[in-house]
Design a protein around this ligand. Structure first.
Ligand SMILES: Cc1ncc(COP(=O)(O)O)c(C=O)c1O
Length: 372
């Protein structure tokens, strides 16, 4: 038996949805793309949604739309996947790391404020594990310093902050539909925004910077005519992926409910175990639980022993600036003490809708046995 830390849940309806597209006229951009965008936008309560090839492309597109460019600085957290900061590099800008809060593990608004310079253009808060960041404070800082906020919500589809769905407020919010996430399209991502101008830029960027929209064309030479107005990419998502996404969206509430049930079971099992620190949830921050992260003192030992026992725990994340690429590009003197301390102790335990109570009980038993 092998229990991974995360995996997709694919139903017969999901499979049929993809097969139906394969039998249709469109494989890439077709009717499923817009339908998927509308479905997610309606669920979230956002005005616009742009479906895109993956969550990294979503961040790149958002940085482009925000006007992030050479000489700019973009503040994000080190406790994230590298894509959250790489997107600044893609635009010729410099990522700057603000430390995390010791209790929520999310980016610290106070440290964001300390890291702001005349060159700061944007903030990319990451709703780590699915728990929303302190968005009131972050939006207030952004307003005072005239910065754009791009929420990296790769972990937080279905989460809400003070009663508002993540993705329904702020400048732009990005999602990932990688198989371990709340819903999957294989590879896939989306950007949500309520701003018409940002939406236009995102749409251009997804497809080479090209438009055929008569209202956007600078000239119009006839029915065949299109224009490349920006330097965009081919970041399109296929109709097959979006059909899967539509079908998966029908199951999102059920997925989030099961994740919350499993988290409640983990919390109950570990709350009185001295050697296991369970996650802290801040009031008003209703997590949708992409990851369940505990802290233990003997992390390497627990990691190795759990793997030997067939439990595929993982570590999210190595502080991004510790990677060789960053170290070799001027980040060797960066230090975020809370992030570095957290990294020594964390383990992501298995969490996905298909995980059974029996499998979870086995994980709990082994974690308690190995944690010192
Ligand atoms: C926080 C975060 N941001 C961005 C991404 C990138 O998403 P994708 O893998 O869809 O490119 C991920 C994916 O793992 C992530 O966890």
């Amino acid at each position: 038996m092998y229990i991974p830390y995360g995996t997709q849940s694919i139903s017969e309806e999901d499979i049929q949805a993809v097969v139906n597209v394969l039998r249709s006229d469109y494989l890439t951009t077709g009717p499923s793309v817009g339908e998927f965008e509308k479905k997610v936008a309606d669920y979230i309560g956002a005005k616009h949604a742009v479906a895109i090839s993956n969550g990294t492309a979503a961040l790149h597109a958002a940085c482009f739309a925000a006007g992030v460019g050479k000489g700019d600085e973009v503040i994000t957290t080190p406790i994230t996947f590298a894509a959250s900061s790489n997107c600044a590099f893609y635009c010729g800008a410099t990522p700057v790391f603000a430390d995390i809060e010791a209790d929520t593990y999310n980016i610290s608004p106070e440290d964001i404020e300390r890291k702001i310079t005349a060159n700061t253009k944007a903030i990319i808060p990451v709703h780590y594990t699915g728990q929303p960041c302190d968005m009131d404070k972050i939006m207030d800082i952004a307003k005072r310093h005239n910065l754009i906020v791009i929420q990296d919500a790769a972990h937080a589809l279905g989460a809400d902050y003070k009663g508002k769905k993540i993705g329904s407020f702020g400048d732009m919010t990005t999602f990932s539909f990688h198989p371990v996430k709340h819903i999957t399209t294989g590879e896939g991502g989306m950007i949500m925004t309520n701003d018409d101008e940002l939406y236009k830029k995102l749409m251009l960027f997804r497809s080479h910077g090209i438009t055929r929209d008569p209202e956007l064309l600078l000239n119009n030479e006839g029915g065949w005519y299109y224009e490349q107005q920006e330097l965009g990419y081919n970041y399109r998502i296929t109709d097959m992926q979006c059909a899967l996404g539509i079908s998966q969206m029908n199951r999102l509430d059920e997925f989030v409910k099961r994740r919350r049930e499993l988290v409640a079971r983990y919390n109950k099992a570990f709350e009185n175990v001295k050697n296991v620190t369970i996650p802290f949830t801040k009031e008003g921050c209703n997590s949708s639980w992409h990851l369940y992260v505990v802290q233990v003192n003997n992390r390497k030992e627990v990691y190795d022993k759990l793997h030997e026992a067939g439990i595929g725990v993982n570590v999210h994340y190595i502080p991004v600036y510790k990677h060789p690429y960053y170290q070799q590009n001027g980040y060797d003197k960066v230090c975020c003490p809370n992030a570095e301390e957290l990294y020594k102790h964390i383990l992501s335990l298995p969490l996905y809708p298909k995980l059974t109570d029996e499998q979870q009980d086995y994980v709990i038993e082994k974690v308690i046995e190995f944690a010192k």
